[in-house]
Design a protein around this ligand. Structure first.
Ligand code: CA
Length: 228
């Protein structure tokens, strides 16, 4: 039997949460309701396939829960339910890491289709591992391996390496790195990138890839087999 995707429904309005869960169960999902922010806070984890999050909860703002979820490894996609509908609100929610949202009141069928689309996408993302010269990086688990040894990278180390492995040999500029990995458009005041690169190089050395993460003077970084 196919596994039923598990959805956490964070919604304080009983009149909405109950029919919503009933409907989702009929559509083939397993659901659990978190009626307060505090319960949601305790229940949020990567074990859910998807989280439906009401922004207006009585105790903890939905945005805080979103931030908490995003700080975890391998967090599930988040579909936000909100009464706010201005373009600014929508942009702000995407920037905070929501994957999709619906404005209340919504049509149940639309919610189900959005849930299915998010789940399809997240399965694809999970399966997309990066490989180069026997190095394998799984971006969903941050696991780096050369077939013999395996190391878990930090989320930032994994993001840096994912970017580099995506186009081996290409020089990635510092600007691109800052933008893709940290979402920064401006040069930061401290050189925090150096620490991440130092640690990443140490882990690469442990799988005999010493010198593969190369600094290209005045240009940026590249990932390639060292010459000689
Ligand atoms: Ca509410």
């Amino acid at each position: 039997m196919e596994k039923r995707p598990k959805i956490l429904v964070t919604e304080d309005e009983k009149d909405l949460a109950e029919p919503l869960c009933r409907g989702l169960i009929e559509e083939g999902f397993d659901t659990e309701v978190a009626p307060t922010g505090e319960i949601a806070f305790r229940r949020l984890s990567s074990s859910w396939d998807l989280v439906i999050l009401d922004l207006a909860l009585p105790d903890i703002p939905g945005e805080s829960l979103l931030a908490h979820l995003r700080s975890q490894r391998d967090y599930p996609p988040v579909l936000i339910l909100t009464a706010r509908s201005s373009v600014d609100d929508k942009l702000s929610l995407f920037r905070q890491g929501c994957d999709d949202f619906l404005t209340k009141p919504f049509i149940f069928e639309e919610l189900v289709e959005r849930v299915r689309a998010l789940l399809r996408r997240s399965v694809r993302v999970k399966q997309k591992v990066c490989c180069f010269e026997n190095i394998v990086l799984d971006p969903s688990t941050y696991c780096l391996s050369d077939g013999n040894n395996e190391f878990v990278l930090t989320p930032k180390e994994a993001a840096i390496l994912q970017l580099l492995l995506g186009s081996p040999g290409r020089v990635i500029s510092r600007k691109e790195l800052l933008h893709v990995v940290w979402g920064l458009k401006e040069e930061p005041e401290t050189n925090f990138i150096a620490v991440h690169l130092f640690n990443l190089r140490k882990k690469l050395a442990q799988i005999n890839r010493d010198g593969w993460l190369q600094t290209v003077r005045n240009s940026g970084l590249t990932f390639a087999k060292p010459e000689g």
